[in-house]
Design a protein around this ligand. Sequence first.
Ligand code: PLP
Length: 400
Amino acid sequence: MSRFADVAQAPPDPILGVSEAFRASTSPSKLNLGVGAYRDEDLKPVVLSVVKKAEAKIFSRNENKEYLSIEGFEPFRKATLDLLLGAGHPAIKEGRAAVIQSLSGTGSLRVGAAFIARFLKGSTVYISNPTWGNHRNIFGDEGVKWEYYRYFDPETVGLDFKGLMEDLKAAPQGSVVVLHGCAHNPTGVDPTPEQWAAIADLCQERNLLPFFDVAYQGFATGDLDKDAFAPRLFVDRGLEIMVSQSYSKNLGLYGERVGALVMVLKDKETATRCLSQLKRLARALYSNPPTHGARIAAEVVNDSELFEEWKGEMRGMAGRIERVRGELQRALEAKCPDKDWSFITKQIGMFSFTGLTPSQVDNMTNKHQVYMTRDGRISLAGLNSAKVEYLANAIVDSVR
Ligand code: PLP
């Protein structure tokens, strides 16, 4: 008998498990709206043209495969700060932003969680209800206590701003608040600029530490600067923030694991000390980050021609998603006019939070082979015009 006989079977991941089930299905009409990865109009994965060009340049240099330093590839670290704060931002010039390249958004959040566990002992991390499912694992596995704050109002299919403010007001001083930088996952509902300002004021009053999860910069509106509005606002108001950044979606570098953890701090001396501790944590977690994806991201962001081309490609991806949103809404309005479907085009980013219940989702999957998470979220990146009718019929059948 194995010494591991008592190890229980872990449940499949609620998001990645959907893709596994999709792959196992033999139905010709199956549709995968589970995972948040961009697909083209033929529902095929996309490698951006700027990524191919950047790779050609990188390969032509015949570079070696030496280890990177623990904090990562220097040109990538610069690029990442420029993208987040805007090139030439005072916090960059003053050297008070600590940045460590890490394993995409997830790994960066995890290093942040480890930092919180070690240096903000006893603090509670507040995450939105609902949120991306992995937030709970990331903080929970680090032994960090987490609580929900209210976020989504099913009545208005919008932000529960009153509930959010009440819950954050009631949070103990010094707590950490995880905020989605833009294109909130799974709801697609973001605060307005005025609401962001009120949240920043509250963080200041209550001494809360904002921890931005920036996984969709450029994907929400197709504009990198607009999508960085919230973290920039907080920094410009003098708040210290933590940020995890991911290049999975905006550069389509999913499997390359490219991202960073940034801490924007009061002064350079604090940034130096914090970076030294981030390096200490990363050393024990994975030693140093991967090279290839960081070279690609740096090549694209630091080269003005590629950078402009990237912006165009990003607008193309965001535009295709916006278009299928409109098509889906119109198809549902035609088939089921007594229900308000306007939330579909009000929500932004990759997802639509449909309000389908778990049993309705089961109907979507079991009867119609539409694979999606049980919280009712669909990834519009996995939809094309040809499948809009099919999806609308499945939704109408499931809500009736
Ligand atoms: N944060 C949010 C809100 C996400 O939706 C995702 C990916 O779906 C991530 C972080 C992390 O993704 P990755 O680790 O691929 O960068």
